[in-house]
Design a protein around this ligand. Structure first.
Ligand code: ADP
Ligand code: MG
Length: 942
């Protein structure tokens, strides 16, 4: 048995004693294997207690084997050991002293160890609370020197990367300048930091050079150098030096190692803390900075996003193959795709209508090649709707400058385009409207002094398109000099006030033509009230103004006509009384009565006055149209005297054709024709001349008929009126029958004369031929159809000049007493029985009192409109009653007359009338045969 001496529970001595007491183990040799102290005492005690030998630690294996071998071979006789020997007191004392020594020695060791441990722990705690690295390391040096009883201590910190010295601390020595910062760590210390090794050893003569330390290093004999390190890193060395001859023990090594480990960890944490503090600060700055940047970026992004959203712009990037590489939200939503769907697709094929593909591909290649002009192209959305997009393109290049695609921004101009289209249409319509209404347009730019005219406006001033000079002066030049002031006034007022203006003026063409224009415009004023721009329109109102004037003239004539007719009507009534009384007077006076010539003169004057009223009425055309067989010679002869008065200074030659055929016409109208032609002739012969009036029977042949519309060949009666006046130009000749065509100055000509002539002649089935030569004269030839010959015999009956007397009873109804009485006296003188009535009541009473009344002579215009109705009532009650209306050419009369002439029981008498005409008319009406049809008709009416 090999056993240690000192063991827990039972030491070696006690073990041997026990073994010897047991016979089974009594013979077994025992070897003590023991270390340290008290070897001598232990050996003697051991040998006395039957222990074969004592091996001291450390013993090499050969020594152990030799001892064990000798024990087993019995050279060391263990038999001398008293087997089963009881423990005696000496042994116990000796054993106890040994154990106590041993124990006290152990306790002392323990106390030292405990003190060191406590110191170590305290150092650890103290160091751990040290935040400053330099203080920490300095303190560590001090604590270690005290704890381990070192002469001095050094502590070096090295750079991590190249292990050169960074910092050196020491305690117990002042010479720390043997190495400087940045220098390589020498000798054993280099091994410590580089190989992370503990170096313990002795350098007996203390020369540092011996252990390859620099010469300046303090004396160094025993040394213990350990790394200052954390598990991950070596920070430096920790070196304890004893120059008093006490070498460092294993325990020293262990404790110093533990201490340096602690220092290493604390140092690291301090380092890290400092580092992390600075890092954290740095990081904080970095983070704060980054956050700010990010916030800025975010805001920027938001802003640009909002801008892009609001601006509604498509952003689209394509690669060189035309595939979408990027599309913004607006773009994708407009196109109806998500951007994920679009990216990677060929844009043209996906988003453009097929008809555009070829052209757009071509266009895309041009963009890639560098053509960056604006493009407007339709896109087709996923739902099939087309939108018009205006694209702006740029080229994208990589770092080396080669083209990698395009970036385009697209604006949806569909609505803008539609609006533009609508505007175009509206403009076109407007232009069309203005053109078709022949409205000229002008605009003036006051700053540039430019006045622009549309071609229509140029035409209104008689200019070829594009020839207007374009200045305000050029415009004023073309305004009639008399109207310039009006125009300038109107425009300058508008320029001051900014209000719209309109002005009527005459434009004068270079060829002398004068046109009437109506212009209006608006002048836009600037901030300081200065004119900036003006626009306006112009209308040629020449024709309209002419018509207006003609219309005004016609209205004036109409008014005069009404007045004249009214005067003539009243005048006729008076003339009737004058003429009637003259006749009565002449009938009463003997031919040799001295008053007879005077009364005759009164009668002649009254007859002339009657002619004048007739002219007056024909002028106002308020005459009854009564076409009848007419002898033109009689008419022109009758007019001769009047014409002579009218055409003073003009010689009148009257050539009436013999055996002239009659025509069917209204004598008043024929008079009017002659009058108008004569007046025109007079106007054409201001310096005097000859007026020839001629009548003749003519036959118009086929040739004439062919060249004159609506004139059948056949027999005509010609009325020729010729003058030796100024004649007419060809232009005037083509227009002279136009109503309102006149070459005479305002107030003189109406332009209605020849139009009236033309109307009358055409209504009579005739035609007119004009021939005229300027400066020589003019000739009008009027052809009226010959009246049918069948009526010739009947017509021959008319001029019966036998005294028109009678015995019948006549009722004269008239509201004017003088006329009533005059008519009564005239008729009584011709043998008639005459009753009078002032109104219908009196008339009815007269019919009751005098049933023999055969004819009623009544003024058409009796008081009230019931006149004609009254007579109709009378005639229906008395079918045999004849009625003679006395007419004064009023419109109402005319209407009645036109309705009446079919009835053979009705006759007309025009005012003023002579007693002869009165008598003849009454006689003629009374003598009309009573036809059976009329009787039947009257019966029917009855
Ligand atoms: P007015 O006499 O009012 O002018 P008319 O219809 O009677 O209107 O005549 C039309 C025009 O014809 C006249 O203005 C004149 O120029 C021309 N004219 C008519 N008769 C003659 C004439 N005998 N000689 C020359 N010109 C004439
Ligand atoms: Mg005329």
């Amino acid at each position: 048995m090999i056993t240690d001496v000192l063991m827990p529970v039972m030491d070696g001595y006690e073990l041997v004693r026990q073994m010897r007491l047991d016979p089974a183990t009594r013979q077994i040799p025992v070897l003590f294997y023991t270390a340290h102290y008290g070897e001598r005492e232990a050996r003697s005690l051991a040998l006395t207690n039957g222990v074969a030998d004592v091996l001291t630690k450390p013993s090499d294996s050969k020594e152990v084997l030799r001892v064990v071998d000798s024990v087993l071979s019995g050279k060391k006789n263990t038999s001398t050991v008293r087997s089963g020997l009881p423990r005696d007191a000496a042994f116990d004392r000796e054993h106890l002293r040994l154990v106590t020594d041993k124990l006290s020695e152990k306790v002392g060791d323990l106390r030292v160890a405990n003190g060191r441990l406590r110191a170590l722990i305290n150092i650890g705690l103290e160091l751990a609370s040290e935040k400053d690295q330099k203080h920490l390391l300095q303190k560590a040096c001090e604590a270690a020197r005290d704890l381990f009883g070192a002469t001095y201590v050094t502590l070096g910190i090295v750079e991590e990367k190249d292990r050169t010295l960074k910092d050196l601390f020491g305690h117990g020595t002042d010479s720390l300048d043997w190495i400087r910062a940045g220098y390589a760590v020498p000798g054993i210390l280099a091994k410590v930091v580089e190989e992370r090794r503990v170096m313990r050893g002795d350098n007996p003569d203390g020369n540092p050079a011996k252990i390859r330390l620099s010469a300046g290093h303090p004396e160094i004999q025993s040394f213990l150098a350990v790394p200052v390190a954390s598990p991950s890193r070596v920070y430096g060395w920790f070196c304890l030096v004893r120059n008093e001859g006490i070498p460092f023990t294993d325990e020293d090594e262990n404790l110093v190692a533990a201490l340096s480990g602690q220092i290493g960890r604390i140092y690291e944490s301090v380092l890290l803390e400092a580092l992390s503090r600075s890092r954290a600060a740095e990081l904080e700055v970095q983070i704060a900075g980054r956050q700010r940047v990010e916030a800025d970026l975010g805001r920027e992004r938001d802003r640009s996003q909002r801008y892009l959203d609001a601006a509604a712009i498509i952003l689209l990037a394509l690669d060189t193959e035309g595939r979408v590489t990027l599309v913004n939200r607006y773009g994708s939503s407009l196109l109806g795709w998500t951007s994920e769907e679009l990216v990677g697709r060929n844009f043209i094929e996906t988003c453009l209508p097929p008809r555009e593909h070829a052209l757009s591909n071509q266009r895309f290649r041009e963009v890639i090649a560098g053509d960056l002009t604006l493009v407007v192209k339709p896109v087709i959305t996923r739902s099939g709707e087309e939108r018009l997009i205006e694209w702006r393109n740029t080229i994208l290049r990589d770092d080396s400058g080669s083209v990698i695609g395009t970036l385009s921004s697209g604006t949806d101009i569909t609505d803008r385009d539609r609006a533009a289209e609508a505007l175009r249409t509206a403009e076109e319509r407007m232009r069309f409207a203005l053109e078709s209404a022949a409205v000229g347009i002008w605009d003036i730019d006051y700053a540039a002094g430019v006045l622009r005219w549309s071609p229509i406006l140029e035409a209104q001033f008689g200019l070829e398109p594009g020839t207007f000079a374009g200045t305000f002066e050029a415009f004023v030049e073309r305004v009639h000099p008399d109207d310039r002031e009006i125009v300038l006034d109107a425009m300058s007022h508008a320029m001051r006030s900014g209000t719209d203006f309109s002005v009527q003026f005459r434009a004068i063409w270079t060829n002398g033509t004068v046109r009437r224009l109506s212009g209006s415009g608006r002048i836009h004023l600037g901030e300081n009230g200065e004119p900036v721009r003006g626009v306006g329109i112009s209308l040629d109102v020449t024709e309209r103004r002419n018509l207006e004037e003609q219309f005004q003239q016609a209205q004036k004539m109409e008014a005069i006509g009404r007045l004249a007719a009214g005067v003539a009507h009243d005048f006729n009534n008076l003339l009737t009384v004058i003429l009637g009384n003259c006749e009565l007077l002449l009938g009463d006076l003997t031919p040799d009565h001295p008053s007879q010539p005077d009364v005759s003169e009164i009668q002649k004057a009254a007859v002339r006055a009657t002619d004048l009223t007739r002219q007056l009425l024909s002028f106002s055309r308020k005459q009854t149209i009564e076409p009848k067989r007419l002898d033109l010679n009689a008419v022109v002869t009758e007019m001769h005297a009047m014409l002579r008065r009218l055409l003073a200074g003009v010689e009148i030659v009257l050539r009436t054709g013999s055996e002239l055929d009659p025509v069917t016409a209204d004598p008043g109208q024929i008079e009017q024709v002659v009058m108008n032609l004569a007046v025109n002739a007079r106007d054409a012969m201001s310096g005097g001349g000859i007026l020839t009036i001629e009548t003749a029977n003519v036959v118009l042949d086929e040739r004439y008929a062919k060249t004159h519309l609506g004139v059948p060949p056949g027999p005509y009666v010609m009325l020729r009126v010729a003058d030796t006046g100024c004649g007419m130009t060809a232009e005037v000749q083509t227009r002279l029958f136009e109503p309102f065509f006149t070459t005479k100055e305002v107030g003189k000509g109406t332009g209605l004369g020849l139009a009236t002539v033309h109307g009358i002649v055409r209504r009579s089935g005739g035609s007119i031929r004009v021939s005229s030569e300027e400066g020589v004269g003019t000739e009008f030839a009027i052809y009226l159809p010959r009246a049918p010959l069948t009526e010739a015999s009947a017509a021959a009956v008319v001029p019966v000049l036998s005294p028109a007397t009678g015995v019948e009873t006549v009722l004269v109804m008239d509201d004017a007493r003088e006329r009533r009485e005059l008519t009564r006296r005239l008729l009584e003188r011709q043998g008639y029985t005459v009753h009078v009535a002032a109104d219908e009541e009196e008339a009815l009473r007269a019919f009751e009192l005098h049933p023999g009344i055969e004819v009623l002579l009544t003024d058409i215009v009796m008081t009230g409109p019931s006149g004609p109705a009254f007579t109709r009532r009378l005639t229906s009650r008395r079918p045999a009653l004849k009625v003679i209306y006395v007419s004064g050419y009023t419109e109402a009369e005319e209407a009645l007359v036109h309705r009446a002439p079919l009835d053979s029981r009705v006759g007309f008498l025009h005012k003023p009338f002579t007693s002869e005409i009165l008598g003849r008319t009454v006689r003629e009406v009374l003598d009309r045969p009573k036809s059976t049809t009329e009787a039947d008709e009257s019966l029917t009416i009855h």
